[in-house]
Write a new protein. Structure first.
Length: 323
C-alpha cells in the first residue's frame, strides 16, 4: 500500500460514516482519525445524538467483529472480560474452560461507561492498555485491531461514577458531540419520512486497516514539531514557569507523557489526510483539543469560574510559538 491508497481508505471511511450520520463532520473526522491512529475514543454528548449509530456504522465499514457493552451499576467485571465455566467435553467428564466476554471483539462499544462501578471500569484498564485480558491467572490476547469507543452522558449524573484519571488517560481522544443545527434536524426529519435508507458496505478489512496504520507511522515528524508538541504538553502543568497564568491558576494536574505520544500519532494521521508526507505545526493545533481535554485535572476554582479545559488548552496553544 502506498501513501495515496492509504489516504483514499481514510477518506472512504469518513464518507461512509457521513452517509448515515447527518452533520457532525467534526465528530466523524475526529473518530476516524483516532481509529486510524489505533486509539480508543471517549464520545461525550447528550442522549439521542447518534453516538451508538456512529460506532455501529464504523464497525460495518471496517468489516470487523463488533460488540456492545451496556454499562449499568450491577454490571460485573466477568460480564465484560468473560469467565471460567464447566463444560462437558465427553459424557460424564467436565472441565473448566474460558468463555470469552464481549470485550473480545475488534470494535467494542462501551455505552454509558460512567454508569459502571469502579470495579467494572477497572476491568477495562488492562484490555485498553495491554490489549490482553487475564482471567484465573491465564492471559488471553484480544483481537487485532482492538478499539474501545465509549460513550458518556454529561447531563444524567444520577447513579454515575466518574472515571479515574488513569482510565481517562488511556483514551486517545475525547470527542464532544454537540446538538445538531436546524438544517441537520430538517435533513434528519426528511430521511425519517422516506422509506429508503442509505446502505453501508465495507470499505476495508482488518488487514487493510493495519496497512493504513503502518503507512501513517511512516509520516515524517521533524525535530521542531516534536519540540513543539512536547512544549505544549509541558505547559499544561501549573508548575511550569512558562505556562499561561490561567493554567497556573486553574490546573491541578497537567497532561501525562501519553499526551505527547497521542499528539504525534494523531498529527501523523492529519498530515496524511491532507496529502502531506510530513507533519506540520498546524496538525498539532488540529488535534490538541481532543487529545488534551480529558487529561487535565482542574481545580475546584475552575468549576466555580466556569473555566473549561478547552479554554486552557487554547491559551497554551496561543502562547506557544513554533521552535
Amino acid at each position: 500500500m502506498n501513501h495515496r491508497e492509504a489516504q483514499q481508505v481514510i477518506e472512504a471511511l469518513h464518507q461512509g460514516v457521513s452517509q448515515l450520520i447527518v452533520g457532525q463532520q467534526t465528530v466523524i473526522h475526529q473518530v476516524v482519525t483516532a481509529v486510524v491512529a489505533n486509539g480508543h475514543v471517549m464520545l461525550e454528548g447528550a442522549p439521542g445524538l447518534a453516538k451508538t449509530t456512529l460506532v455501529r456504522t464504523l464497525a460495518r465499514l471496517l468489516d470487523v467483529s463488533f460488540s456492545r457493552i451496556q454499562c449499568t451499576p450491577d454490571l460485573m467485571p466477568s460480564d465484560v472480560t468473560g469467565t471460567m465455566v464447566l463444560a462437558d467435553d465427553q459424557p460424564g467428564r467436565y472441565q473448566l474452560v474460558f468463555a470469552p466476554g464481549p470485550i473480545f471483539a475488534s470494535l467494542v462499544l462501551v455505552d454509558e461507561i460512567n454508569r459502571a462501578t469502579p470495579r467494572t471500569q477497572s476491568a477495562l484498564l488492562e484490555a485498553m492498555q495491554e490489549r490482553t485480558v487475564t482471567v484465573a491467572g491465564t492471559t488471553h490476547p484480544l483481537p487485532e485491531p482492538f478499539l474501545v469507543l465509549a460513550t458518556q452522558n454529561p447531563i444524567e449524573m444520577e447513579g454515575t461514577y466518574l472515571l479515574p484519571e488513569a482510565q481517562r488517560d488511556r483514551f486517545l481522544y475525547q470527542v464532544m458531540v454537540d446538538y445538531p443545527t436546524t438544517a441537520d434536524l430538517v435533513e434528519i426529519a426528511r430521511r425519517e419520512s422516506t422509506a429508503s435508507a442509505p446502505t453501508v458496505t465495507p470499505v476495508c478489512d482488518a488487514a487493510t486497516l493495519a496497512s493504513v496504520q503502518a503507512m501513517v507511522r511512516q509520516t515524517l515528524v521533524a525535530e521542531p514539531v516534536l519540540q513543539f508538541a512536547a512544549t505544549v504538553v509541558q505547559r499544561t502543568h501549573a508548575t511550569t514557569a512558562e505556562s499561561p497564568a490561567l493554567v497556573r491558576e486553574y490546573v491541578q494536574y497537567g497532561a501525562s507523557p501519553r499526551a505527547v505520544q497521542a499528539l504525534i500519532r494523531t498529527a501523523q494521521v492529519e498530515a496524511m489526510r491532507a496529502g502531506r508526507l510530513q507533519v506540520d505545526f498546524a496538525d498539532i493545533h488540529a488535534v490538541a483539543l481532543p487529545v488534551l481535554r480529558h487529561r487535565l485535572v482542574l481545580r475546584r476554582e475552575a468549576r466555580i469560574a466556569n473555566m473549561t479545559a478547552d479554554v486552557l488548552i487554547q491559551q497554551v496553544l496561543a502562547t506557544t510559538t513554533a521552535m
